[in-house]
Ligand binder design. Structure first.
Ligand SMILES: *Cc1c(COP(=O)(O)O)cnc(C)c1O
Length: 230
């Protein structure tokens, strides 16, 4: 099979899973956006995804993402930054990202806002929430979410779009995603427009959809297994 056919098959398989999970949950597939996470895969794969109709792509490392976004600037893609965001990478990420899923501390907000202004763009920001109280994995403590959300909502050039989480290891993803859904509902009482719930990856997208995820971040189920990250 050539690479284009492989990727098309991966996309079709994920679509079938999403449709089945939505049917089970009584949800409309139109309410679900699948972001294809392309980290470690070459720009040529991203170009094939675009040819196959994918418009939302995700990356988790700035150096790799900025190079791909520059190389593929002519394609009609929206770039989602889904990885841990280091303070010294914020301005670089803000130069190409349309959506940042991993805003987990107030320190990041000013840089994102300035970066959005430089570009004359509005960046959608998701508050990444830690569901296991382990800050090393990224994500804000649920108690810190209201203050962080207010900072984003008040910042020029940023739109508070919703929440994101990665299911912690060793925890039932269904429980984790239920806690995320609760946090999302609390956020919407203050910020009704913050409707995005980014949850669910190749291994747990069914549980995420059952719990109300609006955005999935799917890598290996579309593109194949990745070499281990260094
Ligand atoms: C890599 C990554 C994904 C995709 O993971 P798969 O298991 O390959 O689907 C999703 N979210 C984040 C934050 C990632 O870093």
């Amino acid at each position: 099979m050539n690479r284009r056919d492989e990727i098309a098959a991966g996309l079709a398989a994920v679509r079938t899973r999403v449709e089945a999970a939505c049917r089970l949950a009584g949800r409309d597939v139109a309410g679900v956006t699948t972001v294809v996470v392309t980290k470690t895969f070459p720009a040529s794969d991203v170009a094939l995804l675009a040819e196959l109709g994918v418009r939302e792509v995700g990356e988790s490392r700035d150096a790799e993402a900025s190079a791909k976004a520059a190389e593929l600037a002519d394609l009609p893609l929206r770039w989602h930054f889904v990885g841990r965001l280091q303070s010294n990478k914020v301005r670089s990420v803000a130069a190409y990202a349309d959506v940042v899923h991993s805003v987990d501390r107030t320190k990041l907000v000013a840089g994102l806002s300035r970066g959005a202004a430089d570009r004359g763009a509005v960046i959608d920001c998701l508050v990444q929430i830690s569901l296991d109280g382990d800050p090393s994995r990224g994500g804000a403590d649920p108690d810190d979410v209201p203050v962080l959300a207010a900072r984003i909502a008040d910042a020029d050039g940023l739109r508070l779009a919703g929440v994101m989480a990665v299911a912690p290891q060793g925890v039932d993803p269904a429980d984790a995603f239920t806690r995320l859904a609760d946090a999302a509902a609390r956020l919407r009482t203050e910020h009704p427009g913050a409707a995005v719930v980014s949850a669910g990856m190749s291994g747990d997208l069914e549980q995420a959809l059952a719990a109300g995820a609006t955005h999935l971040r799917v890598g290996s189920a579309v593109l194949g297994s990745r070499p281990p990250l260094q």
